[in-house]
Design a protein around this ligand. Structure first.
Ligand code: TXA
Ligand code: MG
Length: 338
């Protein structure tokens, strides 16, 4: 078993990380959304090992991270004007655009598709590492496939110790949920494949026709007809059985009073804690805070030995849609409406 070292974010350590990436190694890297498992996106062997350490299905493509617009044109083809407009507004930042790929990106990286998801992150550490390595970096979230995404270096260490050479410690991620993934149906429509902190409302300020793909809120039943392969798989899921309860706080309390038990926990809003007599954790008071805390709290629920977790539902608009999208997958689509 390989020893996994924690690197700091000084220039010397970032140079070590960049060198490892150039040599085809995998590096745990902080971004403003979640930590990623970075590898040279143009190196099939390196990318194959990312799929292996994550236990990720080969048909689920990776997002490629770039540090400048020159890199975009090295990896994508036929880039629509609308993509440039969105890049101007939202890059660097938590937006991934699915575009036609060039041959510089091998099929392993794109899960066999002729498109590639591309994002220019704003976090100074990943940005600097890409600049130093001078290669586009493929990076899925740095969790074991199916488990909640990591938002601290410690989470990455928990999942990846002995499997990768280094993790760069950049502290807690700012947003806490993964980027918004969009595609362009034609030049007329933006389709949200995965909601994130660049919201539908944000995108509508740049372009009027924005639709939310069916797979964002519904379980995928027809496996062959899915725009974003990631939506097919169970996700973000701790060991505990997660159940979303959709209703008022009073109804929620009454429900828990009938379903309480030794390893039963609730995940509620901070402000509700003082009026809630049952075992619980809280995950903030609004959608931004919930996005920031969600994955960390799901991991904490495993630590305390929760077997069943009832979750107070988040909002379903703005950033709340991203939180809800992760939660319904963690819950295997189990939502109780009161
Ligand atoms: O914020 C993020 O996006 C993080 C950080 C590390 O950048 N990365 C991340 O990667 O969340 P991952 O691999 O966990 O999720 C990538 C998602 C999957 O749902 C995948 O199916 C979708 O993006 N995706 C990637 N390339 C695609 C493509 N060519 N077409 C459709 N969906 C794509
Ligand atoms: Mg992921």
């Amino acid at each position: 078993m390989e020893e996994t070292k924690l690197l700091s974010c000084n220039e010397d350590d970032l140079e070590i990380a960049a060198k490892l990436l150039r040599d085809g190694k995998i590096v745990g890297i902080p971004t403003e959304t979640v930590y990623g498992l970075g590898a040279d996106a143009t190196n099939s062997k390196a990318v194959e090992s990312v799929f292996k350490v994550k236990g990720r299905p080969a048909d689920n493509p990776l997002i490629v991270h770039i540090s400048g617009m020159d890199m975009l044109e090295r990896i994508a083809l036929d880039i629509p004007d609308l993509a440039y407009k969105l890049a101007e507004k939202f890059w660097p930042g938590p937006l991934t655009m699915v575009l036609k790929k060039r041959d510089t990106i091998p099929g392993v990286t794109s899960g066999g598709l002729d498109t590639v998801g591309i994002r220019m992150p704003s976090h100074p550490i990943i940005k600097r590492i890409i600049e130093l390595a001078e290669i586009p970096i493929a990076a899925p979230s740095a969790n074991i496939s199916g488990y909640p995404s990591p938002t601290t270096a410690e989470h990455v260490m928990n999942d990846m110790t002995g499997k990768i050479s280094v993790v760069v410690d950049g502290g807690r991620c700012h947003y806490g949920v993964e980027s918004t993934v969009i595609s362009f149906d034609d030049s007329q429509t933006i389709r949200i494949l995965r909601p994130g902190c660049v919201t539908k409302e944000d995108l509508e300020q740049i372009y009027k026709t924005v639709i939310i793909d069916d797979a964002v809120l519904n379980e995928v039943t027809n496996q062959s007809n899915v725009c974003s392969p990631g939506m097919k798989y169970k996700h973000y899921s701790p060991k505990a059985n997660i159940v979303i309860i959709d209703g008022s706080f009073d109804c929620f309390k009454k429900y828990i009073s009938h379903h309480n038990g030794e390893n039963v926990y609730s995940l509620i809003y901070d402000r509700e804690s003082k009026d809630f007599p049952y075992q619980h954790l809280t995950y903030g008071n609004n959608s931004d805070e919930q996005a920031h805390q969600l994955f960390e709290k799901l991991r904490e629920l495993d630590k305390v030995g929760a077997e069943t977790v009832y979750v107070r539902t988040p909002e379903k608009n703005g950033v709340g849609l991203a939180v809800y999208n992760r939660l319904i997958r963690a819950a295997g689509f189990e939502v109780i409406k009161l």
